[in-house]
Design a binder for this molecule. Structure first.
Ligand code: XLF
Length: 325
């Protein structure tokens, strides 16, 4: 493998000139730069990232910590952010937590050890650790502290919209399948749904799931506790679970939306592919990724002017799992 020394030898320039060119850390004449680049291409030289990290005190990489890629919302978000990171010439270090605090702490330690230049952590739970990171960090959904920017969809408004849509479509006996305790987004969605139902004086039921990652069998067990014949409207806290619930209901002989109108949350790509196509509340992964990454870059560049949280508006996407006609 070619080294800086080989490039210096082949170009007849000094190692420090080559190093200035490679690290963009000082003046190199146009002729020398062209010559160095030509030799780099011929030798297929790739800079040693670890050596660069020590030299520049920056690793040139950004960490992305997400629960899992199984949920299409997170896989879309990770793909968009990962591409932005790479398009800007950084390396992307992707870590998974499965919402397990110990795994998240290990991931953060690993990223700290790699000296990443910034971190985006989704649905983080280790509040203390994130606060003490001393690396620019953006939190998706979780509120960490006044100094750390949280980017989040308007989950409360989304919960309200879900109720209002079902109500407008004629539902009067509704149930909400809520995400697990301890995560702010499902709590806010549930609160919005309940507040909107109180405004219309309609009683609603809530079934809380113990985790976001129930295996189909365990989800079926949780759903078996409910007599869905009692209801005409159902709001599920995210699309992946909503699609599982629809599959369960169809296996039980329910017609969707004839017997029960159903709405999800996310507008992940699966919602379009499901049959019937899922009505849902959209939290745009593009917008969330864009805002999160820009805020992180501003923090890294020292140009961030406000640590106020960024709330991304949500939108109703009407498809075929709701509608009374
Ligand atoms: O944390 C919430 C719950 O699930 C997140 O935004 C999601 O909607 C992703 O599916």
């Amino acid at each position: 493998m070619a080294s800086i020394r080989d490039i210096a030898k082949s170009t007849g320039l000094s190692i420090s000139t080559i190093s200035r060119y490679i690290n963009s850390s000082g003046y190199v004449s146009k002729d020398s730069a062209e010559l160095i680049q030509k030799v780099i291409d011929e030798m297929d030289y790739v800079p040693n990232r670890n050596a660069q990290a020590i030299f520049n005190k920056k690793s040139g990489s950004i960490g992305l910590v997400i629960p899992s890629l199984v949920n299409p919302f997170f896989s879309e978000m990770a793909t968009i952010i990962g591409n932005k990171i790479q398009d800007d010439g950084y390396g992307c270090v992707l870590c998974f937590t499965e919402d397990i605090p110990e795994k998240e702490e290990d991931a953060l330690d690993l990223l700290k050890g790699y000296r990443v230049d910034g971190i985006i952590v989704a649905r983080g739970r280790s509040v203390d650790k994130i606060q003490k990171l001393s690396i620019p960090v953006i939190s998706f959904e979780s509120i960490i502290s006044d100094e750390i920017i949280t980017v989040s969809a308007d989950n409360y408004q989304g919960g309200r919209m879900a109720f209002e849509h079902l109500y407008e479509e004629g539902c009067r006996k509704m149930i909400h399948i809520k995400g697990p305790k301890g995560f702010i987004a499902p709590e806010e969605r549930c609160k919005g749904f309940l507040d909107a139902s109180a405004d219309k004086d309609v009683a609603v039921e809530v079934l809380e799931l113990s985790t976001d990652y129930l295996l189909e069998e365990d989800l079926d067990k949780a759903l078996n506790q409910v007599d869905f014949r009692m209801y005409d409207g159902l709001f599920v806290f995210n699309d992946i679970n909503c699609i599982h619930v629809i599959s369960y209901l169809r296996r039980q002989g329910f017609a969707i939306p004839g017997d029960l109108q159903v709405i999800g949350f996310d507008n992940s790509y699966l919602s379009e592919m499901n049959l019937p196509r899922l009505t849902t509340i959209e939290q745009s992964p593009q917008e969330i990724a864009q805002v999160s990454y820009h805020c992180l870059k501003d923090l890294m560049d020292g140009t961030c002017r406000s640590t106020a949280n960024r709330i991304i508006p949500v939108k109703l996407i009407r498809r075929d799992t709701t509608g009374s006609t």
